[in-house]
Design a protein around this ligand. Structure first.
Ligand SMILES: [Zn+2]
Length: 280
């Protein structure tokens, strides 16, 4: 019986995560459900030998930041018309970066900086006063084709199937919501958030939204998120925070009493022998 309940629970959680992707539990720093240090280590080490990214930032002279580390084994040449950069890497591969799409001035000089093991930041410096489109250009030098292919396949496998395979959602973010509140408005709040995100930017937008934490504090709902929008922040969450104040935390019926000490809203029946004050 206990086992059956567990299976039904998992099935229910899967359905919930398919309906509302933001209910899938994730690490709030990595954004991943399942974190494997060995795979991470392998990916980080492989990136160094597989490719180098060259990021070109176009900046005005006065906006040039302090360069931390100028060492990098790529050469960069400014062609005589001063609008094109030629980047050469250590394997004598070249890439041409045309800046005329992003600004109408000429490059005065360049500065390069090794920001990560496999990324070179290049600042193409133009004279002050020249208007620049806020954009940076990224080019990738593949140093090892086979390694690059293996790496991309592994990254995809790690970020997609492995996350779902390894961690079938045995619980969802919604399980952090107290029973009564979940019954009263758990699905309603998810539906409202989903509708708002879909209206704003479709399925892609829906996948960007994350729940950081759901909890009860001072007797009402606290819903912390990331990647939301103005409607969710100013209308949807406050609406349910308000509703939670008047909803029994145990059964979801109208709250009539507030418990003392640990402040929570209860109905006449669920308050039991807790000390309380009448709900205003
Ligand atoms: Zn109740």
């Amino acid at each position: 019986m206990k086992m059956l309940k567990k299976i039904i629970n998992i099935f229910n959680s899967i359905i919930l995560c398919l309906r509302f992707p933001f209910l899938y539990t994730r690490n709030r720093f990595t954004g991943l459900h399942y974190n494997n240090w060995e795979i991470n280590k392998f990916l980080t080490n492989s990136r160094k030998s597989a490719y180098t990214n060259v990021r070109v930032h176009i900046v005005n002279e006065s906006k040039l930041p302090e360069i931390k580390s100028a060492y990098c084994n790529s050469d960069i040449i400014i062609v005589p018309n001063k609008k094109i950069l030629i980047v050469l890497n250590n394997k004598h591969k070249t890439v041409r970066i045309d800046i005329s799409k992003y600004c109408n001035g000429e490059i005065s000089y360049i500065r390069k900086e090794l920001s990560k093991e496999n990324e070179i930041k290049v600042y193409a410096v133009v004279k002050d006063g020249i208007e620049i489109a806020p954009h940076f250009i990224t080019e990738t030098f593949i140093t090892d084709k086979i390694m690059y292919f293996i790496l991309k396949a592994m990254e995809w496998f790690y970020h997609h199937p492995l996350q779902w395979l390894h961690c079938i959602p045995t619980y969802t973010e919604l399980d952090a919501l107290d029973k009564g509140w979940r019954k009263a408005f758990g699905i309603k709040i998810c539906k409202d958030i989903k509708r708002s995100l879909l209206k704003e930017g479709g399925r892609k937008r829906l996948k960007e939204y994350r729940i950081m934490q759901i909890k009860e504090k001072y007797g009402f709902l606290h819903w912390y998120d990331a990647g939301g929008n103005i409607e969710i922040m100013r209308e949807i969450i406050p609406k349910y925070e308000e509703e939670s104040l008047n909803t029994c935390i145990c059964c979801g019926k109208l709250a009539t009493k507030i418990s003392k000490g640990w402040i929570s809203p209860y109905c006449d029946k669920c308050i039991g022998n807790r000390e309380y004050t009448e709900h205003k």
